[in-house]
Design a protein around this ligand. Structure first.
Ligand SMILES: C[S@@+](CC[C@H](N)C(=O)[O-])C[C@H]1O[C@@H](n2cnc3c(N)ncnc32)[C@H](O)[C@@H]1O
Length: 385
């Protein structure tokens, strides 16, 4: 009875779901309008909707409930919901993920792993296609980066609340996705929520004392804070095209004691010369607007919503922004280019553009393979002018 009710709710929500909106925005609004839904019903609806989207474009001719059962099978080793509706699938649910995928491909559902992410022909070099595609059936973890010197304090709060975590690297904790941290740290926030791969991009920054850096697409300042924690004497210019994210940045910087910064609202597809005049920087961080395809394990609805033509669009946007920022770099100083994309057009092709057309020397570039670690997949490259 309970399972039938959960399935009915899922189908109703899926029918109302507008195809181009993030689930993370749609669901809270839906729950606000449907106050009669209890906590358990909400959790089930949310879990089933995210699970459903993990199937991406595979088996898209099947009815939604059949696709949901297949996704539930691939994403879980034990599911009372699956046992109720599909005992035959449930019997195999305990197999390791690769075993389940191989078995499912031999059955009559028409399932092919490659259909989950049909853009796989665009994958950057070095990404293991099978492992990357299979990672869509595994929910990524939550990661925090503790501010230097606050490790003991943060761990003590987590321990006293019996929150399970593991230490991935000094100051980097891995927690279960969905762990509610805000109520525990209402008074002081001695950490940043930041994906593991995003934290690892910091290894490419290498700032020197008293450097003046430009975080050109700063959003709410995640990378700037990483830079500041590496080199607290750093001065910063931060910019973004969106005013709202820069307002969040002010709050985050104030909380972290980052005070030496200037802020500009800039659309970097336009030459920023009228605003930047003769500024020159000791380092530029370009965490570029991109498809975000390396983060779709957290937003699996993108597997169905993204259009292949979007890749060219991001490639063009990145070229245009790079054209407008690199001239503000002092000779001999670094540009760090970052995406959370797995597409070569946004990664290796941009490395070619930066070296061949813009004339910077490539120091190193790398895909950070988050798909192997329940984290986001990112790309980072460091150049010198
Ligand atoms: C990947 S996000 C940056 C994330 C940020 N660095 C962090 O660590 O949290 C890319 C940012 O580029 C900004 N952006 C998009 N188009 C832009 C443009 N034409 N000019 C400047 N910024 C732009 C977006 O508003 C977005 O905040």
């Amino acid at each position: 009875m309970r399972h039938e009710q959960h399935l009915r709710t899922f189908l109703k929500i899926l029918e109302l779901y507008p195809a181009d909106s993030p689930v993370g925005k749609f669901l809270p609004a839906y729950f606000r309008q449907n106050k009669q839904m209890g906590g358990a019903d909400r959790r089930s609806a949310s879990r089933l909707l995210y699970t459903y989207f993990r199937l991406g474009r595979a088996c898209d001719a099947l009815p939604p409930e059949e696709r949901l059962f297949l996704a539930e099978f691939l994403c879980n080793t034990d599911s009372a919901f699956l046992a109720h509706f599909k005992p035959a699938l449930y019997e195999k649910a305990g197999l390791p993920l690769r075993g389940k995928i191989g078995w499912l491909e031999t059955q009559d559902y028409g399932f092919k792993l490659a259909d989950v992410f049909p853009f796989h022909t665009h994958l950057s070099r070095g990404i293991d296609r099978e492992a990357f595609l299979a990672s869509f059936f595994i929910q990524p973890d939550l990661f925090i980066r503790i501010h230097p010197g606050k490790e003991k304090k943060v761990k003590a709060v987590l321990d006293s609340a019996a929150i399970t975590y593991s230490e991935e690297a000094p100051g980097t904790l891995r927690l279960e996705n969905g762990t509610k941290l805000d109520p525990l740290f209402a008074d002081s926030r001695d950490f940043e929520v930041q994906d593991l791969s995003s934290q690892q991009t910091g290894a490419w920054f290498k700032p020197a004392a008293h450097d003046y850096w430009w975080d050109a697409c700063a959003a709410s300042g995640g990378k700037s804070l990483l830079l500041f924690n590496q080199e607290p004497s750093i001065k910063l210019l931060v910019s973004d095209i969106r005013e709202s994210v820069l307002a969040n940045l002010d709050e985050r910087f104030a909380r972290s004691g980052l005070t030496k910064y200037h802020k500009k609202l800039l659309d970097l597809t336009q030459d920023p010369q009228p605003v930047l005049h003769d500024y020159h920087f000791d380092g530029i961080l370009l965490d570029a607007p991109c498809s975000g395809s390396g983060t779709w394990g957290r937003t699996p609805e993108m597997l169905s919503q993204f259009r292949e033509t979007g890749i060219r669009g991001f490639h063009g946007l990145q070229e245009s922004i790079l054209n407008n920022v690199t001239k503000y770099l002092k000779p001999g100083k670094p540009l760090v280019y970052i995406t959370c994309s797995v597409f070569k057009e946004e990664n290796e092709d941009m490395v070619d553009f930066i070296s061949t057309t813009l004339g910077l020397s490539t120091e190193s570039c790398q895909v950070i393979k988050g798909y192997e670690k329940k984290a986001d997949t990112m790309f980072v490259a460091r150049f010198v002018r």
